[in-house]
Ligand binder design. Structure first.
Ligand code: GDP
Ligand code: MG
Length: 271
């Protein structure tokens, strides 16, 4: 783990920001926002795109999986559907990931940030051997933080909120990397409700109760399950930081980067 041994002040150690999130949460748009923000700060990032199926990419990547594998060709050749094609493309790319990492490492001393975009469908990255191999390879080479992107307007229902948090929780425990919850699209829906629910169990409970009662006013079974689950999540919330951003307007960039710096420190003490 050469990340922790770099006490040499002359050589800087960049931090890798691994963008993970549900399809449509805004990973790619956020990558573009981070990229332009870092350019304006005169610290251009090094960028990896791991989504073989992105059709419109609003930023230019230093390393793009699409330059190595054409997932549509893969679909034809192996007679696969879109998801199979994307997963197989990622698998093929993973076999060459040592070369990719060599490129990143070569540039590491001259950048502050390495940004990584992942496939649109979250499970292709988070529940595949390739996703784990790539994550582990990156994280053992450079300090790495997971930015878990959330579609805030689509997570305002208490039950949806909980599913999303449980998913995030599973990724935290699977990767064991410093973790940032990134509530995106706050231009559409401010994330105050989420912060309140995370910090105030009773507020969440109240929101749940309101939605969880049936016509007779009885608590539905799902709600009582949810309230026990939310106790589990309490521990999870203590282990991470949460920020609100808009990839669209650029709001929240300062908070985002302070969270990254904080998360990076956690990495340095842990490893
Ligand atoms: P990905 O699948 O996670 O990479 O998501 P995309 O970056 O492709 O974004 C999905 C959709 O959400 C696109 O239509 C974006 O324009 C939109 N979007 C992303 N970020 C924001 C945001 O901060 N605010 C708003 N209003 N829309 C956003
Ligand atoms: Mg995308």
């Amino acid at each position: 783990q050469n990340a922790s041994t770099s006490t040499d002040q002359a050589e800087k150690t960049p931090v890798v920001i691994l963008c993970i999130g549900m399809a449509g949460s805004g990973k790619t748009t956020l990558m573009q926002r981070l990229n332009s923000h870092l350019h304006s700060r005169n610290t251009p990032p090094y960028i990896l795109n791991l989504d073989p199926a992105v059709s419109h990419m609003p930023y230019s990547a230093n390393i793009d999986i699409r330059d190595t594998v054409d997932y549509k060709e893969v679909m034809k050749q192996y007679n696969l559907g879109p998801n199979g094609g994307i997963l197989t493309a990622l698998n093929l790319f993973t076999t060459k990931f040592d070369q990719v990492l060599a490129f990143v490492e070569k540039r590491a001393a001259s950048v502050d940030y390495v940004l990584v975009d992942t496939p649109g469908q979250i499970e292709i990255f988070t529940w595949s051997a390739s996703g784990s191999i790539i994550t582990d390879a990156i994280a053992s080479s450079l300090p790495t933080v997971v930015a878990y992107i959330i579609d805030t307007p689509r997570t305002t229902a208490p039950a949806t909120f909980m599913s999303n948090m449980l998913y995030a929780c599973s990724i935290l425990y699977k990767t064991r990397l410093p973790f940032i919850l990134v509530f995106n699209k706050i231009d559409v829906e401010p994330h105050d409700f989420a912060i309140e629910w995370m910090h105030d169990f009773q507020a969440y409970q109240a929101a749940l109760d309101e939605k969880g009662r049936d016509e007779q006013g009885e608590m539905a079974y799902t709600s009582s399950l949810m309230s026990s689950m939310s106790l589990v999540l309490d521990e999870f919330y203590n282990n991470l930081r949460a920020v609100g951003v808009s990839a669209m307007t650029g709001e929240g960039m300062k908070d985002f980067f302070s969270a990254v710096e904080e998360a990076k420190k956690e990495y340095e003490t842990d490893y």
